[in-house]
Design a binder for this molecule. Sequence first.
Ligand code: BDP
Length: 320
Amino acid sequence: MKHVAAALLAATSLLAVGSASALEIKSSDVHAMGYPTTDAIAAMGECLSEKTDGDMTINIFHSMQLGGEKEALEQVQLGALEMTRVSVGVVGPIVDDFNAFNLPYVFRSIEHSHHVVDGPIGQDLLARLESGGLIGLGFMDAGARSFYNKERPIEKPEDLQGLKVRVMQNPIFIDMMSAMGGNGIPIAFNELYTALQTGVVDGAENNPPSYLTQNHYEQAGYYSLTEHLIVPEIFVFSKKVWDGLDESQQTAIRECSKVATEKERELWQKMEQEAMAKLEEMGVKINEVDKAPFIEITAPVREKFGEKYAEILGKIEAVE
Ligand code: BDP
């Protein structure tokens, strides 16, 4: 996979040599085209191309062509890749305070998460990514994440006992699973289908669109609406590349980033509804969940990290 990725990057860099100021922005995403995140980055590309008379374009490496999100972030930090769209779930290890977003039941609703990421808290976090070699361009929606597994509907936390549940590659999610009585196993998204198929894990957790489009429902047909995490998406640019751009290019990228965020939110709502309908149609066993016991049982996780993230958690809570 690494060789394929390197070859792809090298090939497109050669193609990108055009007029002196031309810039082809390579951007990766684990999702296929037609997913809200990829289509939103495509809209950003159109915006950039229009603004710069075709000098700046975005070439999307979708569907995990460049591997998982951790590697994508590393490539962007190195400047080998200009941009990537990932889950905030994997950004915590770069700027620790992002982990406040990765705690269970921190956001009261999607609206609450919008108010947080659109306001000073979100904007401050984006700016702080510079210390990690990244330029934070914006957030996107990813709805709420719920559990799915092969064995049974999850109605109460005890139902998670003994289950091996794939989590994103960030230690904070292992703690979350332990608190709930399950066994959290970090695996890259691009390796998850096989992990489900071969029984390395019994289940995982994600929003309806990812569960559907990755065909995970074929392997794990119980979907339980615990909605325990609201983890936004984020798209970031390479600081190495950014520092070599002129101001007008940076401004164009900033302006078109707003187009991407707005477009994604619009597409997300539609996609989420459609995904739920489709999952039902495919015979997935979906169950509603009383969230109170899940909120209660995950309190120790929020407490464990509460002190570390006290300042930002207090601010998040104060947001309407
Ligand atoms: C999806 C996100 C994607 C993550 C994936 C995961 O859109 O960025 O890679 O979850 O669970 O919802 O790894």
